[in-house]
Design a protein around this ligand. Structure first.
Ligand code: C2E
Ligand code: CA
Ligand code: CA
Length: 408
């Protein structure tokens, strides 16, 4: 709850009229400690003194001299722990972009207000204010060396988790994506963003991928034997596609274990600019000829782009989670989502929406006709042994929560 008698609010806007208007709105609502500044320098002076440091800043973006964006940079430098409300006459996209920028700096944004500001909108935003939580010391993320990763591989500490991909129309589990984790002896479960890049840069990614593939194919076989006919996807690093041995590795493993190629999906993201695309193109094309499925991962970000769609015969397009979650309420995301979905359909690829986090996301996929869904709303990544229980639970949920159209 907001305590109007103690919270310190600073309004920063170059227009005297706006300052007066906002100050009056706040005074009418019973806020006592409100300071107005018409330029960034004065506002920073307030911030630099403990006794005048605001808990909340109403920040205009467009100001002559120091503008709102520059002011935000100073907030980061002085480790501002309060909250921000952005105010501007700019269009919503500009405000949203700025909101993301502020969030990226880990500063709390209560939201943005478009000028002319309405007092009920301001009030609604103020109601969301909460005092900064007791500073939890953030443990710096540990970095691991190539030697650490080498010994993790040698000690068999890499474990595959599997996240379901389900049909949006029927709820049926169509496949799983393999996501590797490192079960560290003392540090607990380590996620791939803490070791894949090092593995790539230190030449360990081939060995890592080989292990992930072996475990995933063996698991696929076990599922197949128990009647679960999943497609199993594995993430492939572009560095794996630098040597023609990779295609033999995949083909040989699939043959040894006895998994038909069309049950295997290779998810590819281009994490770095490629030196020579010819080798990777050759590998991917030959694997595709042998009926392995190819998936373009994180579509719409980085180098997962249109030229790749032109060059590589993908079977599946994964719309990046950044364009899926909340696309139902964000016009910009929705346009990108729609365009990606349309591309997938027109190029005869299956579209998978990643990062489906809640019921609204799920319903949005149903309305827009996306093929497959993946995300925490359906299930977080699981250990293989958790799967049977989860499937039972999921089937119940489909029925109880009416997740799909029931047409007989
Ligand atoms: P990715 O391929 O895009 O995988 C999806 C990531 O999103 C996974 O993170 C997954 O746990 C997470 N995720 C799933 N559902 C949700 C959701 O609803 N919301 C949000 N916000 N996130 C969700 P994870 O497991 O940490 O993996 C991160 C990345 O590491 C993967 O991104 C993939 O690029 C890479 N990776 C994982 N396993 C391997 C591997 O075996 N080899 C290689 N080369 N890369 C891998
Ligand atoms: Ca992936
Ligand atoms: Ca992805």
């Amino acid at each position: 709850m907001i305590d109007k008698s103690t919270i310190k609010i600073l309004i920063l806007d170059d227009e005297p009229f706006m300052l007066k208007l906002l100050a009056r709105m706040l005074a009418n609502q019973g806020f006592i400690h409100v300071v107005c500044c018409d330029n960034g320098k004065d506002a920073l002076a307030q911030l630099n003194v403990e006794s005048t440091r605001p808990d909340l800043i109403l920040l205009d973006l467009n100001m002559p001299g120091m503008d709102g964006i520059e002011f935000i940079r100073h907030l980061v430098e002085c480790q501002f722990t309060g909250s921000l409300i952005l105010v501007s006459g700019e269009d919503e996209r500009m405000l949203k972009t700025t909101e993301r920028l502020v969030q990226a700096h880990k500063i709390t944004v209560l939201g943005y207000l478009q000028k002319p500001v309405k007092s009920d909108a301001l009030l609604a935003m103020l109601a969301q204010w909460s005092p900064p939580s007791e500073a939890v010391p953030v443990k710096p993320r540990k970095t691991y060396s190539s030697d650490d990763i080498r010994s993790a591989i040698a000690r068999c500490e890499l474990v595959n988790y599997y996240q379901p991909k389900v049909s949006v129309a029927t709820g049926a589990v169509i496949g799983v994506e393999t996501l590797v984790r490192w079960q560290h002896a003392t540090d607990g479960l380590i996620f791939p963003n803490q070791f894949i890049t090092v593995a790539e840069s230190s030449g360990l990614i081939d060995e890592l991928t080989r292990l992930v593939l072996i475990n995933a194919f063996n698991q696929a076989k076990l599922w197949q034997q128990s009647g679960l006919d999943f497609r199993v996807a594995v993430n492939v690093s572009m560095d794996n596609l630098a040597s023609l041995d990779f295609q033999d590795l995949v083909v040989d493993l699939a043959t040894q274990v006895g998994i038909p190629p069309h049950k295997i999906v290779l998810e590819v993201t281009e994490s770095q600019l490629m030196r020579d695309m010819r080798v990777s193109l050759e590998i991917l094309t030959r694997l595709r000829l042998k009926r392995f499925h190819l998936s373009i991962d994180d579509f719409g970000t980085g180098h997962s782009s249109l030229s790749q769609l032109r060059d590589i015969p993908f079977d599946e397009l994964k719309i990046d989670q950044g364009f899926v979650h909340q696309a139902w309420k964000d016009d910009t995301l929705r346009v990108i989502y729609d365009a990606s979905l349309a591309l997938a359909k027109q190029l005869n690829m299956e579209a998978v929406a990643e990062g489906v986090e809640d019921r609204q996301d799920w319903d949005f996929l149903r309305q827009t006709g996306c093929d497959l869904a993946q995300g925490n709303f359906i299930s977080k990544p699981l250990l293989a042994l958790e799967f049977e229980d989860w499937i039972e639970y999921w089937q119940q949920r489909i029925k109880n929560d009416l997740l799909v159209d029931n047409r007989g």
